[in-house]
Write a protein that binds this ligand. Structure first.
Ligand SMILES: O=C(CO)COP(=O)(O)O
Length: 253
């Protein structure tokens, strides 16, 4: 059985006080369950403090992006070594907003997956198609291509430790969710791609999240699907109340 993984991607929201008070409330109420791993990905400025605050809890902390080399003259960037050293456990890589606004390419995502594993971070690799690609029947090719490139050179031992997030770009922040069946079909195709790259066992082990307008009222249907092992959530991860409802849904059998 794959353990579900629910990750909140705060994007560029919350003041320092808001971040701290969210975390204190969530830590006091979050159900601890064998069924779900819970992760919060705050703006990088708050990573150290929140990692410290959650150190002895069941909540993990993730970065929203990072650079792919250990150190160097890259003004404004942070590295996987720095994240790991600050108590961060996960990193979102290749989010469509990073690809769109910060020119992140499949090649750089691949370098970052290597860098994440080098410093024991769990990469959450985002893939997904635009509306135009979906309408032209290109979803399968696009997503398979992104997965293949992201995992290039990643060993059999490490591959199943990664998490893949399928986020159709047209469903992010729009209130439009892919139907659970459509999301499941693409997540199943991602699993097949992993099976082709590695083997059936690894394909069966790797966890695949869905992301894009996930809310407390649609998560259960998504989770009931065979290939969906959790969610990567933007908007609904910003309030403790809705975030806790999402955790509870994942904690259920
Ligand atoms: O981009 C997302 C998570 O990474 C999804 O955002 P929303 O849940 O706000 O649609």
């Amino acid at each position: 059985m794959r353990k579900r993984i629910l990750a909140g991607n705060w994007k560029m929201y919350k003041t320092a006080e808001e971040a701290k008070s969210f975390m204190e409330e969530v830590l006091s109420k979050v159900p601890v369950s064998e069924n779900v791993e819970v992760v919060i990905c705050p703006p990088s400025l708050y990573l150290s403090e929140l990692a410290q605050l959650t150190k002895d809890s069941s909540v993990g902390i993730g970065a929203q992006t990072m650079h792919d080399v250990k150190e160097g003259a890259f003004t404004g960037e942070i590295s996987s070594a720095m994240l790991s050293n600050s108590g961060v456990n996960y990193v979102i890589l290749g989010h469509s907003e990073r690809r769109q606004y910060f020119n992140e390419s499949d090649e750089s995502v691949n370098r970052k997956v290597h860098a994440a594993f080098e410093y024991d971070l769990t990469p959450i690799v985002c893939v997904g198609e635009s509306l135009e690609e979906r309408e032209n029947g290109k979803t399968g090719d696009k997503v398979a291509g992104q997965v293949k490139k992201a995992f290039e050179g990643i060993s059999q031992d490490l591959a199943p430790k990664a998490v893949i997030a399928y986020e159709p770009i047209w469903a992010i922040g729009t209130g439009k969710t892919a139907t659970a069946e459509d999301a499941n079909e693409v997540c199943g195709a991602i699993r097949t791609t992993i099976g082709d790259l590695y083997d059936e066992k690894i394909a069966g082990e790797i966890r695949i999240q869905y992301g894009g307008s996930v809310k407390p009222d649609n998560i259960e249907e998504l989770l009931s699907m065979q290939h969906i092992d959790g969610a990567l959530v933007g908007g609904a991860s910003l309030e403790p109340k809705s975030f806790l409802k999402l955790v509870e849904a994942c904690a259920h059998e």
